[in-house]
Design a protein around this ligand. Structure first.
Ligand code: ADP
Ligand code: ASP
Ligand code: MG
Length: 587
């Protein structure tokens, strides 16, 4: 007998017929002898309707009342779902988040789960009932209703699967699984038979709306196998698991975050600690910052650029302007018509030239790349929003993602059944289930940092540079391109220290041909913090800037992903920085 959590999204319960059809799936499972917990979203676009209603009353509804309002959507659907099951002759009980005992913090409209009690649900399941749980909602320590953020029912489902030690969490939705990119943007996208937690975390957090990113944090932390599949067709879906099949591809998928904004703090006096002074108040405002890029200081002044979701722009600008004054920066600029396109794949760490291929594909479409950041398993570029669909298409085609993948477990007919994997050790030490989980901090002191200043800001420059780098078989690790100013951009990347001399020679030639300059090429150390929830928890980068600043360490490059935060510092400060960071993160 298995324990299964089934989650039905809004479109899957959009009307009475669909609710009954979904209920049949739960009933069939129950009749097969399994214990079944169902998590349901609000019907259709009901949550949007409620948000719109609130906006008709006031532009700034209080967050507490928003949660009270939005939680009603799920309360309607669980009751109807339970009735549907009862009408099919089985016993069912619907429960709100509070009735289940989903305890959250008090961050209304984006609350994080602290704990879930299982006794009540287990008893109901043992009594032969099907339990219908309201998605997306919880209760804080003062008894206030909270919600987990838009799309949060996925997170309720996987969190319940984690605490109930379910054998699988099935996510029923309006597509057949996780695709190489959003099939609505690109019909040529293909369903992936399976995908690793790390890749799914990246894709979801970089914009692939099919799963709420925080649900995958739970899946990874607690080792829950997740199966994403269609509500409407009985076809195989996508299994999200710890270790993916060996993939031959460097890139598994392309994600688009369509509504991004870029902010640049211009002319900041270059001294350790300025990053902290900027990112600390942003974190306190709950703003999750991505793509942090700092230019080399010129005449003692540096620029710091970063991206935020366009919805957070107004608030982020207020904070940044206040910081600019305090730091004596020369100005603040911003652009709210940006989009972020990312390619994600665990295979890219093994292969040379992946970044070059992506930049070339974009350049062939005449798309100008405004900023670049990379981590071990993703490359993100910031581009004009008007180019977004074109860029997704170009990146998808460049990595031949419309072609079926050979050699997968499914295509060879040996798809393994989902197995529960062991949870991260660090989870046992967490106070709240959704707390940031930092596993380790590693030091790699064998890199050299190449920086071009004054590269012309025209489409194709990055493609050009990395084509040449690739031709000389230089293995590039981190890449960062700053937001261009005055028509000139700055591009930095790291190479193995043993290749430093060759890199200097190649970079010199590249710079000469393009009227750019190569800064001196220092030996550097890369420090990597690994864990889960690194980007989604606002302020992780800041927890690192503060102690490094205090220790007098200047950070040259930063890159964030959901599972990793990398910083590059001078090689001679590597060991000291490692100690500082281990202490800062209690490792
Ligand atoms: P639900 O209401 O069931 O939670 P969502 O609308 O939240 O459904 O998520 C499903 C949608 O996610 C799909 O209709 C699709 O347009 C979008 N999507 C974005 N990226 C992807 C992807 N990589 N694979 C599949 N679907 C995606
Ligand atoms: N009903 C909520 C929303 O629309 C939660 C969810 O569907 O996951 O965002
Ligand atoms: Mg959803």
């Amino acid at each position: 007998m298995a324990l299964v959590v089934q989650k039905f999204g809004g479109t899957s319960v959009a009307d009475a017929q669909k609710i009954v059809a979904a209920a049949r799936k739960a009933v069939a499972r129950h009749k097969g002898g399994d214990k079944v917990v169902v998590v349901v979203s609000a019907m259709g676009h009901q949550t949007d309707v409620l948000v719109d209603l609130a906006k008709q009353i006031t532009e700034r509804p209080s967050a507490r009342e928003m949660d009270m309002l939005l939680s009603t959507g799920e309360q309607v659907s669980v009751a109807l779902f339970a009735m549907a099951i009862q009408s099919l002759g089985e016993e069912a009980v619907s429960l709100t988040g509070a009735q289940i005992g989903i305890r959250t913090d008090s961050t209304h409209t984006k609350a994080r789960i602290k704990s879930i009690s299982t006794d009540h649900i287990m008893k109901l399941l043992d009594d032969g009932r099907i339990v219908i749980a309201a998605g997306f909602q919880g209760i804080d320590q003062h008894g206030n209703i909270t919600t987990l953020g838009r799309g949060g029912s996925d997170t309720t489902a996987v969190a319940l699967a984690a605490v109930l030690r379910a054998d699988v969490c099935e996510i029923y939705t309006d597509v057949e699984g996780v695709y190489t990119t959003d099939p609505r943007i690109l019909p040529a996208a293909r369903r992936l038979p399976s995908i690793s937690y790390d890749e799914m975390l990246e894709l979801a957090s970089l914009g692939a709306g099919v799963m709420h990113p925080r649900s995958i944090e739970f899946a990874k932390k607690f080792g829950v196998p997740v199966l994403v599949r269609s509500s409407f067709k009985d076809v195989p879906g996508t299994l999200i698991v710890a270790a993916d099949r060996a993939t031959s591809r460097p890139v598994s998928g392309v994600a688009l975050a369509k509504d991004e904004a870029r902010i640049t703090l211009e002319g900041v006096p270059d001294q350790p600690g300025s990053n902290h002074k900027l990112f600390s108040p942003l974190a306190s405002s709950g703003i999750a910052v991505d793509m942090i890029v700092q230019n080399l200081a010129q005449q003692g002044l540096a620029d710091i650029s970063f991206t935020v979701p366009a919805d957070d722009l107004a608030q982020a600008l207020d904070v940044t302007r206040a910081v600019a004054k305090k730091l004596g920066a020369t100005g603040v600029s911003h652009d709210d018509s940006m989009a972020k396109v990312s390619v994600v794949g665990v295979g890219m760490a093994r292969e040379e030239g992946v970044a070059g291929k992506m930049f070339l594909a974009l350049s062939r479409e005449g798309i100008n790349v405004r900023m670049i950041t990379t981590s071990e398993i993703k490359i993100s570029v910031l581009i004009d929003r008007a180019d977004a669909a074109k860029a997704v298409k170009a990146a998808h085609a460049a990595f031949e993602l419309e072609q079926p993948e050979v050699d997968t477990a499914e295509s060879s007919g040996t798809a393994a059944p989902p197995t529960k994997s062991s949870p991260l050790d660090v989870v046992r030490r967490l106070e709240g289930m959704e707390d940031l989980a930092v596993e380790d901090c590693q030091l790699d002191s064998s890199q050299a940092l190449v920086t071009f200043t004054d590269l012309p800001d025209t489409p194709g420059v990055a493609a050009d540079v990395f084509e040449e780098i690739g031709r000389h078989k230089l293995f590039v690790d981190m890449i960062v391109q700053s937001h261009p100013r005055g028509g000139r951009a700055e591009l930095s990347f790291t190479v193995p220290a043993v290749d430093r001399d060759r890199a200097i020679e190649v970079a010199g030639r590249i710079a000469k041909a393009r009227g750019a300059t190569v800064a001196n090429v220092p030996n550097v150390a890369k420090l990597s913090i690994t864990g889960v929830g690194i980007r989604s928890h606002a302020g992780v980068a800041d927890r690192l800037f503060a102690p490094l600043g205090e220790a007098g360490v200047n950070v040259d490059l930063v890159s964030t992903s959901e599972v990793r935060l990398n910083v590059v510092v001078a090689a001679e400060q590597g060991k000291q920085s490692l100690e500082v960071l281990r202490k800062a993160f209690g490792l």
